[in-house]
Design a protein around this ligand. Structure first.
Ligand SMILES: C[S@@+](CC[C@H](N)C(=O)[O-])C[C@H]1O[C@@H](n2cnc3c(N)ncnc32)[C@H](O)[C@@H]1O
Length: 384
């Protein structure tokens, strides 16, 4: 398995490659085999026992949780998933530490850059970013330990590749490609002039918009300086003209009506509901009339309590404290609150998608994703 090379992708020695592959296969085994087995344990044993005891099905997520915690399988698979994830970051991190000084040098903006990089070191970090290492990724998205630091960016680029065991594509960009492709095919006459990707990270979800609309000016915004430095160097190395800036997506410095598309991918599940609401408000402000906010996630459908439990695995086990809240948020209601008309909200996909239904959200793609309706398999477009 190989990622597409770019100038600041960390190199791997033979042993680093072997260890990182091992971590990737552990995660894959967890998401594709071990964790889904919980469904069999629940349906085959725990649910019938509960029904026999109480004459009804469990009604809440905590009832299902209590029931599953009686089983060794559930407790053990939670532990395995947590350890596999911690081990992945630690293993990838070792190889980045070894070559960090050279990565920092390579990432320094060049005078002949085609895109741009704007940093705001004075910017306050939101509490929800500072107080928890999301995904148990040490240092989260924002930590800087030295001048020009790109460690978090490199960790995320290589780490996500193994986290999904290549499932996000050789450029970790499958979700971005799918979202931009969906908008292009669903709205063939729409010709956006300016596009911004909020929570752009490494640019996985940003660059596909430049490929889909080469004439458009494309911007990427992220809260983390190490992410933006790394994203800038990565895009430059592939000759993609993108304007990256370190900003809080809920209060950016762009003028009203500046964009035709405001997009975000894998951002809302990391934000408290109050901040998601602010993000939608900011998107509405930034859109020109007729512009679109394009996001991952589909129409809200109330989940069964067992699905609610299984889809809150990330919240319960690997420091994604807000993923469950986001899963219960009715996006349509939240979008209407900031000014979008209900009739101007369009959902992709034929199957009434749900956020995070089932487990394995990060490992499913293609046909499996269609069946499971997980992350990345559904999009919402709100037109101003
Ligand atoms: C899971 S990553 C997704 C990155 C990218 N969109 C992708 O699809 O790969 C979430 C990103 O959102 C950023 N983020 C979180 N809160 C933010 C905020 N309030 N403003 C801007 N970026 C934010 C994080 O720094 C992180 O890079």
């Amino acid at each position: 398995m190989f990622q597409t090379k770019h100038d600041i992708l960390p190199e791997q020695t033979h042993d680093e490659f072997a260890r990182e592959e091992f971590c990737g296969t552990m995660r894959k085994f967890f998401t594709e085999t071990l964790w889904p087995g919980n469904n069999d344990v629940y349906q085959g044993k725990q649910l019938p026992q509960f029904e026999a005891r109480h004459g009804r099905k469990p009604q809440t997520r905590s009832e299902v949780k209590e029931l599953m915690e009686e089983t060794f399988y559930y407790r053990c698979s939670n532990l395995f998933g947590r350890v596999a994830q911690e081990q992945l970051w630690d293993t990838v991190g070792e190889s980045i530490e070894r070559q960090l000084p050279s990565l920092i040098e390579k990432a320094r903006p060049k005078p002949d850059a085609i895109g741009s990089l704007e940093l705001h070191p004075e910017m306050p970090m939101p509490k929800y970013i500072e107080s928890v290492d999301i995904h148990v990724m040490p240092g989260n998205f924002h930590t800087e330990l030295c001048e020009g630091d790109v460690y978090q960016g490199a960790l995320y680029d290589r780490g996500v590749y193994y986290f999904a065991y290549g499932g996000m594509g050789a450029e970790n960009d499958k979700l971005g490609v799918a979202m931009a492709g969906y908008v292009k095919s669903a709205f063939p006459d729409f010709k956006p002039k300016r596009i911004v990707d909020m929570g752009a990270g490494m640019g996985f979800s940003t660059l596909p918009w430049k490929d889909a609309y080469p004439e458009a000016e494309v911007y990427g915004v992220d809260i983390g300086a190490p992410m933006m430095r790394y994203a800038h160097a990565r895009a430059e190395s592939w000759g993609k003209k993108i304007h990256f800036s370190q900003q809080n997506a809920v209060e950016t410095n762009f003028p009203d009506g500046f964009f035709d598309i405001v997009t975000h991918c894998l951002l809302t599940h990391e934000m408290p509901v109050k901040e998601i609401q602010r993000l939608f408000k900011e998107a509405y402000r930034l859109l020109a009339p007729g512009g679109m906010m394009v996001m991952d996630g589909g129409k809200h459908i109330k989940q069964d309590p067992d699905h609610e439990l299984f889809s809150s695995w990330f919240t319960n086990n690997v420091n994604e404290p807000f993923a469950s809240g986001m899963g219960r948020l009715d996006f349509e209601e939240a979008l209407v609150k900031v000014g979008f008309e209900p009739d101007n909200i369009v959902y992709s996909g034929p199957m009434g998608p749900v956020y995070l239904k089932g487990m394995a959200a990060n490992s499913v793609s293609g046909d499996k994703a269609k069946k499971q309706s997980a992350w990345g398999s559904a999009y919402t477009v709100a037109i101003k």
